[in-house]
Write a protein that binds this ligand. Structure first.
Ligand code: HEC
Length: 151
């Protein structure tokens, strides 16, 4: 009994699939002919690759970025998560530019120079701001950091 009724079930299912396929095809045809022309993006919505380079940021803007880099890439060795931690190293350098190039050259100790240049700059600026070495509205970069004396 059961084996005999199986083929009929299969036929019924095939019919259903065929009908569904036809409906899908009709829908696709209808959609493709009625496809609207894509509206251009508003000029302010730049894709990430076209965003302007983050030059000209103030120390206050860089500090939170730097703290995030520190917690991700430095705090494992430089404990705890605090900008006063690296303050102890101020007397090793004549100015903040030297400190930056040391960090770029030698840190993280297990993978020196592995971070983007912006990350190193942001960490150092965070340490400087948090320890009162620069003003919150100071616009710092790799070039003018040498003007910030540490001792
Ligand atoms: C794997 C461990 C490790 C990581 C991660 C690490 N450091 Fe260091 N760092 C050290 C050690 C050890 C020294 C001391 C080296 C020496 O005196 O020669 C040091 C020294 C320094 C110094 C020099 C001043 C001092 O206190 O001796 C600075 C500045 C510094 N690190 C910044 C950073 C920054 C910024 C990061 C994150 C981007 C980082 N380090 C990540 C281990 C690490």
């Amino acid at each position: 009994m059961l084996p005999l009724s199986r083929p009929r079930l299969t036929v019924g299912r095939l019919h259903t699939v065929g009908a569904a396929g036809l409906v899908l095809l009709l829908v696709l045809v209808a959609c493709s002919s009625a496809a609207p022309t894509p509206t251009p993006l508003p000029p302010t919505a730049l894709p990430p690759t076209q965003l302007p380079a983050p030059a000209g940021l103030t120390a206050a803007q860089r500090a939170p970025l730097g703290e995030a880099v520190y917690s991700r890439s430095c705090a494992a060795c430089h404990n705890p998560l605090s900008a006063s931690n690296l303050r102890r190293s101020f007397d090793r350098f004549n100015n903040a530019g030297e400190m930056l190039s040391y960090a770029q050259r030698a840190m993280p100790q297990t993978n020196p120079g592995s971070l983007p240049a912006e990350d190193y700059l942001n960490v150092i600026v965070w340490v400087l701001l948090d320890n009162g070495k620069v003003a919150a509205d100071a616009v710092l970069d790799a070039d003018n950091l040498a003007e910030v004396t540490l001792r």
